[in-house]
Design a protein around this ligand. Structure first.
Ligand code: UDP
Length: 368
């Protein structure tokens, strides 16, 4: 069959490869001048892997996803750690026993750790909104502290609303950790593609059945030339916003180069309570690059405004999910078009979830 894929991000490209391997002809279009969507990266003159749309760290428990991507890249075994500036200290995030001991006097820290261990299993994650429900006095104090210092101001900057006004899954992505593991993710498979995300995608596209057309906006008249179309763009845009716009948050990055080997202690430092940016990413850490200068990005959240900036995050709450389900009903009537990806499904997918969606989709349609 002949397929049109709209969008050359991680969803569209993974799908292109799967279809091509099943002997289908695939044309992938993207309005941007590069492949990779928001995962796009490039190497600067010092060999530093710059993620143009902000820091991207791959992590998954899904062996099928890991095996699929590993056909197109080797991995640098990077394990992500984040620090946050809280009360003048750089402490590990997710908030854990080490963060507690850094921030509180010894006796107080000890009683918080004991209270946590009495209520939750060791080495487990607890969502902040769940910790806030504890009846224990020490844990109530700790929960309010963490809520205020880690979550509240960061979330207001990032989303424009308080944590409790978002789907609990959003803040649940960053738990409180009942243990000493300083890593941001505990997933079995974690890493950065050794030759960058773009390098991995280029290998994925290296197949005679795939053609990529960049700088090519989608037009519905294209549909007639193909047997079926997979749309990874914004679902509300496809339907001409007939029920109104699905809301998104956007980001603005200020990239700065410093003439010194390192700028900060690790790849990502969060600033929940200070400044207008949420975090600073330093790119040389991702592949352990050695160089005399270093590149960082300051990350400023902002509302998504059509025609002005890019969609980054769907704003998942009850109202927006209801609006999405109206578009989903329209999508189900489109027999020639399948929607997928962060913008097509209006889901806050991580990279591995976007690939898992593709693998499930192709499996459900009888392709291996
Ligand atoms: N979050 C927070 N404080 C932090 C880090 C994260 O409140 O220091 C909350 C915030 O609402 C954020 C969400 O947890 O949007 C998910 O964070 P994550 O790092 O997973 O976001 P991403 O890397 O996808 O932007």
């Amino acid at each position: 069959m002949s397929f049109l894929i709209i969008g050359a991000g991680i969803s569209g490209l993974s799908l292109a490869r799967k279809l091509a391997e099943n002997n289908h002809k695939v044309v992938t279009i993207d309005q941007k001048d590069h492949i990779g969507g928001n995962c796009y990266d490039h190497f600067d003159s010092n060999g530093i892997d710059i993620h143009q749309y902000g820091t991207h760290i791959f992590h998954t428990e899904n062996q099928g996803v890991w095996n699929f991507l590993s056909r197109f890249t080797q991995w640098y075994p990077y394990q992500h750690e984040v620090k946050a500036l809280i009360d003048g200290q750089l402490v590990p995030i997710p908030f854990n026993f080490n963060s507690i001991e850094q921030l509180f006097p010894q006796k107080m820290a000890q009683s918080f750790i004991e209270a946590l261990l009495n209520e939750f299993p060791f080495n487990k994650k607890v969502p902040i909104l769940k910790l806030r429900e504890s009846k224990n006095k020490d844990l109530q104090f700790l929960a309010e502290y963490v809520y205020e210092k880690v979550f509240l101001h960061y979330t207001v900057k990032q989303w424009g609303v308080k944590p409790e006004d978002l789907d609990p899954l959003v803040t649940g992505r960053l738990p409180v950790f009942v243990g000493r593991d300083n890593r941001y993710f505990q997933a079995k498979y974690q890493g950065i593609p050794l030759h960058g995300y773009t390098g991995m995608f280029e290998k994925m596209l290296n197949h005679p059945n795939i053609e990529v057309r960049l700088n090519t906006p989608f037009d519905k008249s294209m549909l007639k030339d193909f047997d079926h179309c997979f749309f990874t763009g914004a679902i509300d845009e496809f339907f001409d916003y007939q029920y109104g716009e699905l809301p998104y948050r956007s980001l603005k990055f200020d990239f700065l180069t410093f003439d010194r080997p390192y700028f900060q202690s690790n790849s990502v430092v969060n600033y929940p309570c200070n400044y207008d940016f949420t975090r600073i990413g330093e790119y040389k850490y991702f592949l352990g690059t050695q160089s005399d200068s270093t590149v960082v990005s300051y990350e400023y959240p902002e509302p998504f405004v059509l025609g002005k900036n890019e969609r980054y995050y769907p704003i998942i709450n009850e109202e927006n999910k209801a609006l999405y389900s109206k578009y989903l009903a329209l999508a189900e009537e489109q027999l020639k078009v399948t929607f997928l990806g962060r913008l097509g499904d209006y889901r806050y997918y991580d990279m591995d979830q976007a690939v898992a969606r593709v693998l499930e989709l192709t499996k459900s349609r009888g392709m291996v």
